[in-house]
Design a protein around this ligand. Structure first.
Ligand code: ZN
Ligand code: ZN
Length: 128
């Protein structure tokens, strides 16, 4: 199936922009404000997950990030994080990024992450 990708490698947004659950939903223009729901980390080869209302916690090591990535235990998370409603936390097994704003995934305000990009959406998407 042909796939379409978000502009600028996909955007990350804080919680003021609702996260679309439909995988066909993507950003075909920079101004549509659609968070990419198909972000993929080329470094650790997993989909980038997200959690709303979380800023960040301690300085997570890659080991603890990998543990958190696979965990569905909220207690494990809540020990580590600060809950801030405006923030959306994005994480893979090697990086995390939390923001209240909106930024292209390839242009985050940290030098540590250059491996996240839109992995493509099923075509037939409306784009908004
Ligand atoms: Zn995308
Ligand atoms: Zn990664």
């Amino acid at each position: 199936m042909p796939r379409v990708t978000c502009v600028q490698g996909g955007w990350v947004y804080g919680t003021q922009v609702a996260f679309p659950m439909d995988p066909r939903c993507y950003a075909d223009r920079p101004d549509v404000m659609v968070p990419c729901n198909q972000l993929f980390c080329a470094a650790c080869q997993v989909p980038v997950k997200h959690m709303d209302g979380v800023q960040n916690g301690a300085r997570w090591s890659k080991t603890s990030l990998a543990t958190l990535y696979d965990s569905t235990d909220p207690d494990l998370w809540l020990e580590e994080v600060e809950l801030v409603p405006a923030y959306r936390l994005y994480y893979c097994q090697c990086h995390w990024y939390a923001t209240p704003g909106g930024t292209p995934a390839g242009n985050l305000d940290t030098k540590d992450i250059d491996d996240w990009a839109c992995h493509g959406h099923p075509s037939g998407a409306d784009g908004a």
